[in-house]
Structure formats: structure tokens, C-alpha cells
Write a protein that binds this ligand. Sequence first.
Ligand SMILES: Nc1nc2c(ncn2[C@@H]2O[C@H](COP(=O)(O)OP(=O)(O)OP(=O)(O)O)[C@@H](O)[C@H]2O)c(=O)[nH]1
Ligand SMILES: [Mg+2]
Length: 573
Amino acid sequence: MMLSLARRLSPRRLPTHRLLFPFFSSPSSESLIPHQSPSLLLFSSPFSSPSQSPPPPPPPLADLRGGCHAEDHPPPQLPLCPGCGVHMQSTHPSLPGFFIPPTPKSPDYHAPLSPLPLASDETHLSLSVKSGHLSSNPNPSTTHGLDPKPMVCARCHSLRHYGRVKDPNAENLLPDFDFDRMVAPKMASPSGPRSVVLMVVDAADFDGSFPRRVARLVSSSIEKHSIAYKEGKPANVPRVILVVTKIDILPSSIAPDDLEHWVRKQARIGGANKLTGVHLVSAVRDWGVRNLVEHVRELAGPRGNVWAVGAQNAGKSTLINAMGRCVEGKVSHLTEAPVPGTTLGIIRVEGVLGGQAKLFDTPGILHPYQITSRLTREEQRLVLLCKELKPRTYRIKAGHSVHIGGLMRLDVEELSVETLYLTVWASPLVPLHMGKTENASLMIENHFGQQLQPPIGENRVAELGKWTRREFRVSGSKWDACSVDIATAGLGWIAVGLKGEAVLGVWTYDGIDVITRSPLLFNKARIFEEAGFTTSKIVSEADSISNKLKHKKSEKKKQLDHKTRPVEGYINA
Ligand SMILES: Nc1nc2c(ncn2[C@@H]2O[C@H](COP(=O)(O)OP(=O)(O)OP(=O)(O)O)[C@@H](O)[C@H]2O)c(=O)[nH]1
Ligand SMILES: [Mg+2]
């Protein structure tokens, strides 16, 4: 139900009829090219020799996610993109997995430049150019000995180099990744190699990115298989490691022990009550990654299967890349990007674990209750956190409201004391506003999509769904500490500090999760925010646009007045 709502609301999703355009109906899953390694493709005839015949029909879209095939359904015989796990094809640019095969280079392409002496009259050439000519590689074999960069699909190339998807419509053609069908049965299988589940959670959006489905699945299979094991039946009890990543985004003042305590508590609430271990890491700073690798190797043994699973954009691929950096040897680089849904298929990563143990990166699970699932790429860019969080604090009275962009509003409806503290933890790119609740309904009409972004543009407001209210009764016993967090999945949270009781109304779009939890951080900003909009580029740009419009209107009015005056004069005369 929730999923279908998100699908309906998400602008990134195309209407279903787009999925039915001619090639989709093609029943053919015949191979386009024989299965071969990407490096062999460089010189393979089907791609490198332009053919006059029309391109072969593409495989059904449902088959393009690598590693996502039912046992009885063979995968298309196409190479896999080592960055995102999609099947690569060079015939249909609008389809996922498209890549342009490089043209074969002449055999002497890599030949070193001959160390020709420079002519004495070449004084106009810069020294660097001269030195470039003169210092040829003394050991050319080292240049040739380097591993060629693995070839990736056009989408991965664009994500890696420009941080965005080249053709968003292309990936929307893929059906959603079916975790329950593609990964769950393998992960929770009672037979075969032992499963180690790396449950990857984003520290800055813990509850929104916590994979509840995975937690429930592994907890129940641990229970079931443990009973079977005690009865002497063959049973494979999965081991679960909770990896809380992106901890570099949390303020450095947080103590690791406190964080771990908080994480374990929230994980229990989320349904993960049988954890083998908890690791707090930063994959971009390599904090805690070595310990994690050692623990995973120990649990996987010589033959285990390790699955990195979690919500979209939680940081799975970046984590695996960081694990790869910890081990000696060459590990291929997975595509990582601030774009939910980067990884498209299941990818087996070689070289991180020992023996025959296997490590898999998986596509992120779509959480329709995370607000990011409703946003466009441009809007996601404003909301996603990538730098250390900074608090923005208000001291406010009853009858006042705080907006986080056009995505969430908190009203202080009733308060047993005079004021309370609200500390907003969200992306600094999202502007805030504080003002009287009685004016809040005008904010939607006048400022959502402009000063209050995301959504970007007025038309997007209605697309995000119905704006609905939830009520929370909170209480606290100290002024100098936060008593409770009110967290909106995918956006951030507001820490409430008060000595008394309050009734809070929280507004956001229907279907987006809002929860209360024990506070994660206790910091407040040194300088409190004031009423009105926070200063930001978005607000000043929106202000200057509306000022220009007002100016134009008043100019027009003046001109009209000017034109009508002589007529009035004539009448008067
Ligand atoms: N600051 C910080 N950013 C991180 C960390 N780990 C990942 N990221 C960022 O988070 C974003 C998403 O990372 P990915 O590794 O692509 O996430 P994913 O879980 O594989 O995403 P999907 O493939 O969509 O499921 C990227 O912009 C990363 O740079 C971290 O430890 N610290
Ligand atoms: Mg990924």
C-alpha cells in the first residue's frame, strides 16, 4: 500500500504505460553477445564492428539487474557492469546498462614517445613541454603492466565523474529491486554456506534507513534455525552485524560508548534483537573499517556468504570500497554516489574475504516512508547529508511553528512552561522558518517551493502528497538537556528540550514516517535562530525573484496610471 503510494507520488517514476513501449513487450531474452569478461569486450566483434543490420531486440527490462534472476529463469548473456551490477548492452542508449564500446586502438598506441632531442631554436616552447619530450619513461613496461580500468556503463561513468545520473528516465524503466525474492531466500537459507548479514544503516538517518524487513527476516530465521540446530537437524544460523556508517556526519562531541548504547536500543526497537556485533564506521574516513573487515572474515570463515544489505543510499557500496582498501591486492571499485538507487544488481566483490568466502553488494531497499523517495534528484541533493551536522536552535513559545523547508513543520500547540528549545538537525542547505502558527497555512501558498525548498517549484508541492498532522505529547525534566527527538525519515530530526509538558503538532506529507525517540545528540547552537527565514542562498534568490516580480507589477501599474491620466483630465475639462 505504502509502496504503491510512493510509486504514485514519486516524480522519478514514470507512468506504467512507459514500461510498455515496444521493446518491453518483446518476449525475446535471446543473447545479444556471448558471455565474456568486460576486458574481452574491448575487441569483441559484436560491439566494435558497426553492423548495417538493425540492433537486436533488448532483453526484458526485468532481466537487466545482474544477479536478480530466479533459479528457473536464466540471466541474459550480457556482461555485468562492475560498478552497479546492471547487464551492459551497447545497442539501446535509452535503456539501462548502455555503454559505448571503445574503438580498438592501434597496437603502438601505448608506445613511449621517442626521446628526440629538441631543436636548438625551439626556445618558444615552455620548459615543461621540453622536459616532457626529453624525459621519456625509462621503464615502459610499468606503464603497460598497469591494470586497465574496468569498463563501466554510461550511467556509472556519469555518476562517478559528474555525480548525477545521465538519463533519469532510463533507470526508471527498471522494475523495483525485489529484495524478498532475490536476496532474502539466499540470506536466510537453512542449508549451504553460512550467511553473514551486514546490515548497513546511515547514522544520520538511523530510523529512516534502518532495514526493518531485513531485521525481522534475520531475527525469525535465527530463531527457527537455532531450534532446528538444537534438534540435531542441519541448520545454518545467520550472523548479523549492524554497521552504522557515516558517523563522521555526527558532531565529534558524541562519545562512541553513548552512541553504541543508543544504536543498540534503537536496533532492538527496529526488530534486530539478535546481533552478533555492532560496528560504528565512517567509510569515507576509514574509521573502524579494519576492525569490521577482521570481524567479517572471522565470521564468514573459508566458505561463508556475506551480504551487505540496507536502504537506498545508506552507504553499502562506499563501505565495501573502504573494506577493499583495507586488504592487500586489487579490488574492483563499486560506484558510489549521493543518489538513492545507485547499485542496480547484486555484485560479487572479489578480493576482500579469504578462501572461497563471497562478499555481495546489493541494490538498496526502497523505503517509501523516507521523504527522499518522493523527491527529484535536485531536491535530494538539498536534503542528503554529507558534511558534519551543525545544530540550529530556537527558543520558542506556544503558538509558534518551525518549518524545515517545505517538508516538515512543528507546531508548539500547548506548553506547561513559558518556552522550550527546538534544535533542528538537518541539511544546512534546507532553509528553516520560525513564526506564528496562525500564519503557517499561508506559508504553503506563498513560500513552499520558493523560499522553503524542497520542494523546488510551486507545482511540486501538490505532487508530494497530502499535508497531514500528527500529534505528540512530550515531557522533560531539564532545561539544559534534550528530552526527546522527533525524527522524520529521510530528512532529519528536531531535538526538544523542556522542563515541563508540551503538545506538539507535526506536519509532513502523508505516508512519511515521523517518530519520537530518545535523543541522539544533546548539543544546542551557541547563537539561537530568530523569527523569519534562516539566511541561505535559496531564500535570498527566492526573495530577489519575488522582489523583481513586485517591482515589475508596480511599474506596470504606474504606466497604466500614466496612460489613463490624460483621459481623466479630458473628462474633467
Ligand atoms: N560522510 C560520509 N558519506 C558517506 C559515507 N559512506 C557513504 N557516504 C556517502 O553516501 C552516499 C551513498 O553512498 P553509496 O555507497 O552509494 O550508498 P549505497 O547504500 O550503496 O546506495 P544504493 O546503491 O543506492 O543502495 C555517497 O554520496 C557516499 O559518498 C560515510 O561514511 N561518510
Ligand atoms: Mg550501492
